[in-house]
Design a protein around this ligand. Structure first.
Ligand SMILES: N[C@@H](CCC(=O)N[C@@H](CS)C(=O)NCC(=O)O)C(=O)O
Length: 206
């Protein structure tokens, strides 16, 4: 059985929603980042990066949101959450890569600036720029990232729970998505899904 290691309110929300979409039993283990559990020796043995989400699978441990999300979709072909064809799959991966390496990293500069600088004023300056950077990410996603109504067009896919995180990253930085109609509609469509509602409840975000 799959086992998701998560911290409440973290980016693990995306994989959690996807597991609910699949509808098969899965296990979870909470790793509260606020209590430093992600840096415990036990957890570091599972993921030496000290990050969540982590997915334990019958084949081994997977880390990184894009890999975890695509894997869950790929092993459940009946649920049809992996787009068909090499090009459509490439587009899905490109969007996941953007969310992972650009949008999520832009968000991380708010609290994790010490990863990129030692100087307090540089860390402060990076944090101050987060709203602007996230607004630029939202602008890009609105114009070039999301086809609508779902990320890849008419079909819901494994990318959608990941794109949903953009609302949280933006919201936590006072970047309203109202000015981005496709993104705002996507947020609302995601919130209408039973999977999202279950997971937001479990993460204390409902
Ligand atoms: N690139 C990784 C990023 C994972 C990540 O940074 N997760 C955050 C929670 S959203 C975390 O574990 N933070 C703990 C830390 O940064 O020390 C992914 O997409 O899975």
């Amino acid at each position: 059985m799959l086992k998701l290691y998560y911290s409440k309110g973290s980016s693990a929300v995306a994989a959690h929603i996807l597991l609910e979409e699949i509808g098969a039993p899965y296990e979870t283990k909470e790793i509260p980042i606020a209590k430093g559990a992600h840096l415990s020796p036990d957890f570091l043995r599972i993921n030496p990066k000290g990050r969540v989400p982590v997915l334990e699978t019958p084949d081994g441990v997977l880390t990184e949101n894009p890999a975890i999300l695509e894997y869950i979709a790929a092993i459940n072909p009946d649920v049809k959450l992996l787009p068909e064809g090499a090009f459509a799959q490439g587009e899905a991966r490109a969007l996941c890569a953007y969310l992972c390496a650009t949008a999520h990293v832009a968000f991380a500069h708010k609290q994790r600036g010490a990863r990129w600088a030692d100087d307090d004023s540089a860390i402060h300056a990076m944090a101050a720029k987060v709203p602007q950077n996230l607004a630029e990410c939202a602008e890009f996603l609105e114009k070039h990232g999301i086809k609508g109504p779902w990320a890849l067009g008419s079909e819901f896919s494994f990318v959608d729970p990941y794109l949903f995180l953009m609302g949280r990253w933006a919201g936590m930085n006072n970047v309203p998505l109202d000015g981005y109609p496709k993104l705002a509609a996507h947020q609302s469509a995601m919130r209408d899904r039973a999977s999202t509602q279950t997971v937001l409840e479990r993460h204390g975000l409902a």
